[in-house]
Unconditional design. Structure first.
Length: 264
């Protein structure tokens, strides 16, 4: 009697063999593509940091981005609790720090403290010190994030060396509703933040996002929200509240205002 090629056992062998081959192909491709993916991720981060301080507008070649970043940006790690720059981690060490991974493995926040709905926070966070051609400190860039209506919204906040005046607010990753909350990436909306101040004379957070049309253009602290996207605008406000506070970059910014970076 001839063998039955349609038997269940032979079918299973073919299916399992095919799955194994596919798994090997996918795993091999993932390993081979990892360096490229990491390079693209690094490039994306660099270009968004440069955009936040106005050193890049629009697109630019990868070589140009790397050149500008290497010339003008110095990455350091800050201990969020003390506000001190981690002296044990040099620039190369800080550039290799996986901040997203550290957030996932960080300390869980109590609900009462988690105004930005980020759930966890890392002990260390990168800051990006921006220098001019003569190595004079010109700006400080902070990575901030908070939850909006549908997504965690990631941005780079660029400040002048007073640690208070906003140079740029660059949202670069979010999943809010296109045409509504997604307008946080609109250059015209982001331009409102330029020149605004985070805190008042008492050092308290004063930057306020109001309902559209209610902000006073002459105010040092007021910004118009987004039409039809109240919850997204609230998420932006909550992001400032958390990251400028004591659990975020507040201790570091306090030291900046006291002159901690005056010597570069």
């Amino acid at each position: 009697m001839s063998s039955n090629n349609d038997s269940i056992s032979k079918t299973l062998i073919v299916v399992i063999s095919l799955c194994l081959v596919c798994a090997i192909v996918v795993a091999t491709a993932a390993v081979q593509l990892r360096p490229t993916q990491q390079a693209n991720k690094k490039l994306d981060s660099q270009v968004n940091i440069l955009r936040s301080v106005g050193l890049v507008e629009g697109s630019a070649p990868a070589t140009k981005i790397a050149e500008l970043f290497g010339k003008h940006i110095e990455t350091r790690l800050v201990n969020l609790q003390t506000g001190e720059i981690d002296a044990s981690c040099d620039v190369q060490c800080a550039e290799n720090f996986d901040y997203r991974k550290s957030l996932k493995e960080g300390k869980a926040l109590a609900q009462a403290d988690d105004v930005a709905s980020i759930r966890r926070i890392s002990e260390l966070a990168p800051v990006y010190l921006t220098y001019d051609d003569n190595r004079n400190l010109k700006a400080i860039v902070l990575p901030v994030h908070g939850y909006g209506l549908w997504s965690t919204m990631h941005a780079f906040l660029a400040l002048e060396t007073d640690g208070n005046t906003i140079i740029g607010m660059n949202y670069y990753e979010q999943g809010e509703t296109p045409g509504l909350g997604g307008e946080i990436e609109n250059p015209r909306w982001k331009a409102q933040f330029v020149g605004k101040q985070l805190t008042n004379e008492a050092g308290e957070l004063a930057l306020t996002i109001l309902k559209p049309g209610n902000a006073d253009p002459q105010s040092a602290h007021q910004v118009d929200g987004l039409s039809g996207a109240t919850l997204t605008a609230n998420g932006v406000q909550n992001t400032f509240t958390f990251w400028i506070g004591d659990s975020g970059f507040g201790p570091f910014l306090a030291k900046v205002r006291e002159g901690a970076l005056n010597n570069g």
